[in-house]
Design a protein around this ligand. Sequence first.
Ligand SMILES: Nc1nc2c(ncn2[C@@H]2O[C@H](COP(=O)(O)OP(=O)(O)O)[C@@H](O)[C@H]2O)c(=O)[nH]1
Ligand SMILES: [Mg+2]
Length: 595
Amino acid sequence: MHVVATAGHVDHGKSTLVRALTGMEPDRLDEERRRGLTIELGYAWTALPSGERLAFVDVPGHERFLSTMLAGVGPVPAVMFVVAADEGWMPQSEEHLVALEALGVRHCLLVVTRSDLADPAPVVAQALARLETAGLGEVEAVAVSGRTGQGLPELRQALDRLVTGLPRPDPAAAVRLWIDRAFSVTGSGTVITGTLPAGTVSVGDELLLAGEPVRVRGLESLKEPRDTVTGVARVAVNLRGHDVPGRGHALVTPGGWTSTDLVDVRVAHVGGLRRESAGLPRRLTVHIGSAAVAAEARPLAGRVVRLRLARPVPLHLGDVLLLRDPGRDRSEMRVLAGASVLDVRPPALGRRGAARQRAAFLEAALLDAALPEAVAPGTAYALRLHRLLRAADLRAMGVAPDTPGTSGEWHADPGHWKDLGRRLVEAVRHYAAGHPLDPAMPIEAARHELGLPDRRLVATLVRPPLTLAGGRIVAGPAGLPERVARAVERLRRDLAARPFHAPDAGRLAELGLGPRELAAAERAGSLLRVGEGVALLPGADARAAELLGRLPQPFTVSQARHALDTTRRVVVPLLEHLDRAGLTERVDEVHRRCR
Ligand SMILES: Nc1nc2c(ncn2[C@@H]2O[C@H](COP(=O)(O)OP(=O)(O)O)[C@@H](O)[C@H]2O)c(=O)[nH]1
Ligand SMILES: [Mg+2]
């Protein structure tokens, strides 16, 4: 099925056309019928000649109901733009068009009605010219009369062509169902209705509404009960409870959206007005879907503006907002601009100059991602902005990752990742220089140094010239040959229980660690040689000094040997190593003490 909204000046014949096309009454309220005026959104549907079902969201044209009009058009991908042949282009024709331009609506059919009252040709020409300058491109036009029915078969054909040209939404997309109506039903909770633009809703689904989980108890589309509905569709959803939020809130897939009250946007002025963002009023109303939310605008630079919303709204990168001036209720310039969402998790801006820098950064990111204004941003763009994101963060921003993560669930901007790799090498070398006795850098220290959120990222960053051994990172002039690295790893296991029990010549031979291999392992920082053929783990010397420090001072070689649970073969060169490192010193022929 498809959904099309109406648009156009009050009294130009929108509701009459919907009635004529569907045989249903879009003006549901008594007051509407009494006054012959649409106040609320109306819903009606029909089958087109192709058999496709088409639902209309009929909007009010009166200037007082612009918010309602926007709530109707907001979630709908296509519009039937109605102009009366006897009146031509009028102020609300203009205002509705400017709104469509701001929202980026690209699918439109022009219907010049009441053509029993006047020749439609001049108005068709006038309206088409205006639609074209608003960026709607090739728009088909049909002249009809809602009263005599003349032209209605042609209109049905044209509607068929309009809906065939609409993009097919993704049935697997995250659901965001903006509520346009909510009512209590005695005994069965609340029913909300809305236009589902994409994705699938099924009975039993758990969705979020204003941050709270809600269960879909029942589902209808065009008054028929359904187990599952796929967008585009009009849907009515039955929820438990009576105090559920109404119009302007959205039912969303958990994890599918970023609920945020702070966004950075790029403003595109509409209606022929091209102003810098500084020209926006500070207080705005932001429209998205069926929502109208008060907001405060802070121009950053150029066309980049930060918006603080009065309440959080579920958003994706690339969403289009409509900015309205709430102070100008009687003016023709109420719709100010369209704004595309550049970031849904913008950083705080502190120092002077930060705003300008931030705007320049966002513009550069857009340029890099080769994003013309209206195209949805992708993973590369999101990573350029945030550098490191979990797959779940990307999904919530509306840019589902198309590649496996750089490290587990983490995705990294390639440039940033390279930079981190370089910084890690530096950090490890710096650490080694500062800890000559214990040169291997603990992963946690590296994580902290690089300001990374997860140790696994550090582990993934370790590659030649870095190597990872026993939870520590060492930098060598070159990585160890695979065979040696494996032998060293086995040696580590030997030494885990008795850290000063250096392997004897037999064990070293068994491991294939000759003098050259030991020297290489030492250069790479994975072993500590305290004497010819006496290999310990990096850090063993510092640990030995610590244990020896607990002995009564001074101490003998034999006391040291006991304290370290090792043999003379090891303890003698180890003590000499400690002397050279300045950790111990000789007192006389047989005694040493710690320094
Ligand atoms: N003569 C004539 N009158 C029409 C036609 N379409 C609508 N009207 C009348 O114009 C008035 C406004 O129509 P309506 O559909 O309520 O306009 P809306 O405000 O755009 O929904 C009503 O009195 C209709 O009867 C038409 O094609 N021919
Ligand atoms: Mg109407």
